[in-house]
Design a protein. Structure first.
Length: 265
């Protein structure tokens, strides 16, 4: 019941973050040109990935079915895949369930965050991604991946992986050339991109947090509904079994009484 009441507000946050992210992506798709890749560190495509950061987002509480287990499994598979390719992986865990699991498995974590609630803010997203963005700009990291829950609906919350760095520009729009010809940029395209690229990275982190928070409530509501339905079915089966046994006992007692009465006659 609590998750049901919180799900509406969490869903509103997901939907509110969508239009901004969509328009930001469209603007980047129109501004970014392959010739600019070498001028912006966030667009730098490494020739070989040597070091990567993996952020695994889980919840702080349980009773959500396989929600956290699926996220942890997705994170472990990603880490193992990168390590098989010779990549050094820095693991960053968000959420009590993920942190507890990796600590129990004695797996080293670069950072562990337990302070981010189910109402994440842009400041929370910045505190997670900004140190990694700075390390990427310095060349200390070659990739940054986020493992999060995709909120498709309250019933569908599959785990997903988002490579947030290096920034993968969206495909250019059909009107890109026309768009540049009819607009005059002030300040220059380079200055605009210098502002928008960090915002884009931060927004990707924020969307991953809010989607995971909404997915958590949806998964918990679904898990508790399934548990309630299973308990109701079990009670119905036990009640029928009890009634059949009770009826059989009563029938047997009646038969014994009738038999005894007939014997006395």
């Amino acid at each position: 019941m609590v998750s049901t009441s919180k799900l509406k507000r969490a869903t509103d946050r997901v939907h509110a973050a969508g239009p901004y992210a969509q328009h930001l992506s469209e603007v980047l798709g129109r501004l970014i040109d392959p010739a600019l890749y070498e001028r912006f560190p966030l667009l730098r495509q490494p020739e070989k990935v040597r070091r990567a950061a993996v952020i695994v987002i889980t919840s702080n509480r349980g009773l959500a079915g396989a929600f956290n287990a699926n996220l942890i499994r997705e994170g472990r598979q990603l880490v193992e895949r990168l390590r098989r390719n010779g990549v050094t992986v820095d693991l960053h865990a968000i959420g009590r369930k993920g942190v507890s699991f990796f600590r129990f498995r004695r797996q080293a974590m670069a950072t562990s965050r337990l302070d981010i609630t189910d109402k994440p803010t842009m400041d929370d997203a910045a505190s997670v991604i900004e140190p990694l963005r700075a390390a990427f700009e310095k060349g200390e990291l070659d990739e940054v991946h986020i493992v999060y829950a995709q909120f498709r609906s309250a019933m569908s919350t599959p785990p997903g992986v988002l490579r947030v760095l290096p920034v993968q520009p969206p495909p250019p729009s059909a009107d890109q050339g026309h768009w540049k010809s009819i607009y005059k940029m002030s300040p220059s395209v380079e200055e605009i991109l210098a502002r928008l690229l960090p915002l884009y990275v931060r927004n990707c982190m924020y969307r991953a947090l809010v989607e995971t928070a909404a997915a958590e409530h949806g998964a918990r509501r679904t898990a508790m509904k399934n548990a309630t339905d299973n308990a109701s079915d079990m009670l119905d089966n036990l009640s029928r079994t009890y009634n059949r046994a009770r009826q059989a006992q009563i029938t047997q007692e009646i038969a014994e009484i009738v038999g005894g009465a007939a014997a006395l006659e």
